[in-house]
Design a protein around this ligand. Structure first.
Ligand code: NAD
Length: 491
């Protein structure tokens, strides 16, 4: 079985760590590859940092218009290989092929947006700000930047950071999730064809040892993390204590409010896609569905119908809409959370536990599940499930529903379904979340906008994507100049 190599200094290199863990297909537990995982990955990471350090000076001096030429080439290569990469995503992550293609498209859009870096990096100039004095600001690279990514979007999330970091003149190290390392192995085969300075972009495998090396090394200046809240908080604290700039995106528990004036059928379909897309393993998955007033009676059957009809199976099989969750442990955790909800007084409207898919009996499948009347003072209501489970919560008034939304310790996304502009305006103003959807089920910002989580969904100041990324990957330098007439040589 293939043992995955690191990409360091422009070469595929064997890890110094001999211990490996299996990369598994979550639909049938087939071993796809083995990935180095253990203390030795710290040395691999040191090697990557050294390589990234050697590349930085040359690259930072390359004019920005020239730097983005590599991104134009990368965009073409990604487009030409999109389906092959998407197949790898489905294979190791479990999601359907259509979801994997859409994921890659979102990644490519970030490469496109980063092609605008020559304009996005432009800065401010004030002439004669004091008598005979001009003042301006320039943006310069920060140095070596690192990204630690989660399992659920192996093809998209690294692109929230990588293209912006290199376009701004930095070098880059990626540590992908050990559960889904194959997608980025393929992407790095394409990156290898870009003629970038050797060592500018590196990939290292591993887990905590590799991450801690990045967090502690004085030459690493910026850390971009996406993953669970407990790890995000740790990354932020340790990275910041070591003087680095850190952006750490965490977990979520996303509420959606449905008003009685919403379009029932369309709303049910959109919400089912939001809850069950990517088998609920999405930081923007709707989870707590609040039906206001008559909306409960109107929506219940439509939601059950939309959920029941989701075709569950192996992501690469024709017509499959929902794949397995990532590991057997995830499956058992989600099933235990459903039991917790029941123990806390909820009722099952649709039970997806114990699912078995013909030909994929060993897969980590859970079918769409709906719980009703989940206890508002229980544990499940605030726990990220990260599986295909919807909690239905009836409430009387929009105000009460907004108070519920704002009681959330997370703040990744909140959505409202309504046909009233007044309700929409009230909601978008008062809801405490960084990404708001109005008649949208997955309020995922396009590449031009920051991915704006709040509260326990984000630690840091500047988010991924768009202008925020440009600011994160550059440091500002303000220059104040005076050129007195009497000091100027006359020819
Ligand atoms: P995770 O936190 O377990 O792992 C993420 C990364 O951190 C991996 O690369 C892993 O190797 C590393 N890691 C894990 N434990 C570590 C530790 N103790 N010390 C140092 N590094 C460690 O997350 P996951 O299970 O891969 O991803 C799912 C989570 O990510 C969910 O909570 C989901 O909501 C969140 N997520 C958030 C966003 C967002 O934009 N806010 C996007 C996608 C996923």
């Amino acid at each position: 079985m293939e043992i995955l190599k690191n990409y360091i200094k422009g070469h595929w290199m064997e890890s110094k760590e001999k211990e490996c863990i299996d990369v598994l297909n979550p639909a049938n537990q087939e071993v796809l590859a083995r990935v180095p995982y253990g203390a030795g990955t710290a040395q691999d990471t040191e090697d990557a940092i050294a390589a990234a350090g050697e590349a930085i000076t040359e690259w930072s001096r390359v004019p920005v218009m020239q730097r983005v030429q590599a991104l134009y080439k990368l965009k073409s290569l990604l487009e030409a290989n999109k389906e092959e990469i998407a197949r790898l995503i489905s294979l190791e992550c479990g999601k359907s092929f259509a979801e994997a293609v859409a994921e890659m498209q979102r990644g490519i859009e970030n490469v496109e947006t980063a092609c605008a870096t020559p304009t996005l990096m432009q800065s401010e100039f004030s002439e004669n700000i004091a008598s005979g004095i001009d003042e301006f600001m320039i943006r310069q690279p920060v140095g070596i930047c690192a990204c630690i990514s989660p399992f659920n979007f192996p093809g998209m999330i690294p692109f929230w950071f990588l293209p912006y970091a290199i376009a701004c003149g930095n070098s880059f190290i990626l540590k992908p999730s050990e559960k889904v390392p194959l997608t980025m192995m393929k992407v790095f085969e394409l990156i290898d064809r870009l003629d970038l300075p050797v060592g500018l972009v590196n990939l290292v495998h591993g887990g905590k040892e590799s991450v801690d090396t990045l967090l502690d090394h004085s030459e690493v200046k910026a850390i971009s993390f996406v993953g669970s809240t407990s790890v995000a908080r740790y990354i932020y604290q340790r990275g910041a204590a070591n003087g680095k700039r850190v952006q750490a995106q965490g977990g979520a528990k996303n509420p959606v409010i449905i008003m009685p004036d919403a379009d029932i059928e369309m709303t049910a379909r959109i919400i089912a896609d939001s809850v069950y897309g990517c088998a609920g393993q999405r930081c923007l998955a709707a989870s707590n569905i609040v039906t206001v007033g008559d909306a409960n009676g109107l929506m219940k059957e439509a939601l059950i119908e939309a959920a029941k009809n989701k075709v569950t199976g192996f992501g690469l099989d024709e017509g499959v809409e929902m794949g397995p969750v990532i590991t057997p442990e995830s499956k058992s955790r989600v099933e235990k959370l459903i039991e917790l909800g029941l123990a806390e007084g909820a009722k099952l409207l649709l039970d997806g536990r114990g699912a078995s898919i013909a030909g994929f009996e060993k897969g980590n499948f859970i079918k769409p599940t709906i719980l009703e009347n989940v206890a508002l003072d229980g544990e499940l209501i605030g726990t990220e499930i990260f599986g295909p489970v919807m909690s239905l919560l009836p409430m009387d008034k929009l105000d009460q529903a907004i108070d519920f939304v704002n009681g959330n310790t997370y703040g990744n996304m909140a959505c409202l379904f309504t046909s009233s502009g007044q309700n929409a305006r009230t909601f978008r103003n008062r809801a405490n979340a960084g990404n708001i959807g109005i008649n949208i089920g997955v309020a995922a910002p396009m590449a031009q906008f920051p991915f704006s989580g709040w509260n326990d969904s984000f630690f840091g100041d500047l988010h991924g994507q768009g202008r925020h990324a440009i600011e994160f990957f550059t440091q500002t330098k303000v220059v104040i100049e005076r050129w007195p007439k009497e000091w100027t040589r006359k020819f």
